[in-house]
Design a protein around this ligand. Structure first.
Ligand SMILES: Nc1ncnc2c1ncn2[C@@H]1O[C@H](COP(=O)(O)OP(=O)(O)OP(=O)(O)O)[C@@H](O)[C@H]1O
Ligand SMILES: [Mg+2]
Length: 243
């Protein structure tokens, strides 16, 4: 469904992505790597918010840049930075995002209800975003990505800043909504994705250094141990984030 072919990106000073080729089908994919690995850069390229220096992104065999609007229609994206509109209520924010996505007016109310229910925010939509907790803000950011029933979901650190309970809640929700969708989740926290990802892609300084199911990665890089050990083996302890 989603294919990346020879994607390259450098910023003035540094190489951010070094010839990345990946292929994804429905299911949850974890994009795992420490700060600066290139996760957000890759997601910005997939979502067409950033132009790569080389390579292609294909959706069902067609170049996403050429699909344009038709690609954006199947795409849901929750970016890493929360650019939330504090004075908006939850409902107004989702309504605004639905308009940006050009969801037909008559479908908007239903879509908002559905997306809010998926993240357990149905009862909170008349509150202002300024009154939301960090976890609620993160969840409404995920809700906007679900508007319009996307087939491809790109989630950049959806659990950042969440307490352990919220973290589990978001994780379970991602697993639930992943049916029939390609879901790519960036994180530097192994426990966010190891139980829900069918495949984990480990990114280090712009290179995919390993890729596979959690069990395969454990067998290959830390036999008899855990995915945490795989992370430690491949990235070194200084990059370990303990929550
Ligand atoms: N706009 C930019 N200008 C210059 N360099 C950039 C820019 N954006 C990212 N970089 C560099 O590209 C590399 C990859 O950054 P990126 O944000 O993709 O990493 P990340 O894996 O998302 O990190 P994090 O976990 O901190 O979100 C880093 O070295 C970063 O400093
Ligand atoms: Mg990032």
């Amino acid at each position: 469904m989603l294919k990346l072919i020879n994607i390259k990106k450098s910023y003035k000073k540094a190489v951010a992505l070094n010839v990345i080729t990946l292929s994804m089908n429905p299911g949850v994919y974890g994009l795992l790597g420490p700060n600066g690995a290139g996760k957000s850069t890759l997601m910005n390229i997939i979502t067409d918010n950033l132009l790569p220096d080389g390579g292609y992104v294909l959706w069902k065999g067609e170049e996403t840049r050429k699909l344009g609007k038709n690609f954006r229609r199947v795409l849901g994206y929750a970016p890493q930075q929360q650019g939330l509109y504090d004075m908006f209520t939850g409902r107004r924010f989702l309504d605004y995002m639905a308009a940006l996505k050009e969801i037909p007016k008559k479908e908007t109310a239903d879509e908002i209800e559905r997306a809010a229910a998926a993240v357990n925010l149905s009862g909170e939509l008349s509150k202002k975003l300024s009154a939301y907790s960090g976890g609620m803000k993160q969840r409404i950011l995920i809700a906007q990505a679900l508007l319009g029933k996307p087939e491809l979901l790109i989630m950049d650190e959806p659990t950042a800043g969440l307490d352990p309970k919220e973290r589990i809640r978001v994780r379970e929700m991602l697993a639930r909504i992943a049916e029939h969708k390609v879901v790519l989740v960036a994180t530097h926290v192994v426990s966010d994705i190891e139980s829900i990802a069918k495949e984990i892609i480990l990114l280090k300084k712009g290179d995919v250094i390993a890729q596979g199911s959690p069990s395969r990665l454990v067998t290959e890089y830390a036999p008899g141990k855990s995915m945490e050990e795989v992370y430690l083996t491949l990235f070194g302890e200084e990059d370990m984030h303990v929550f």
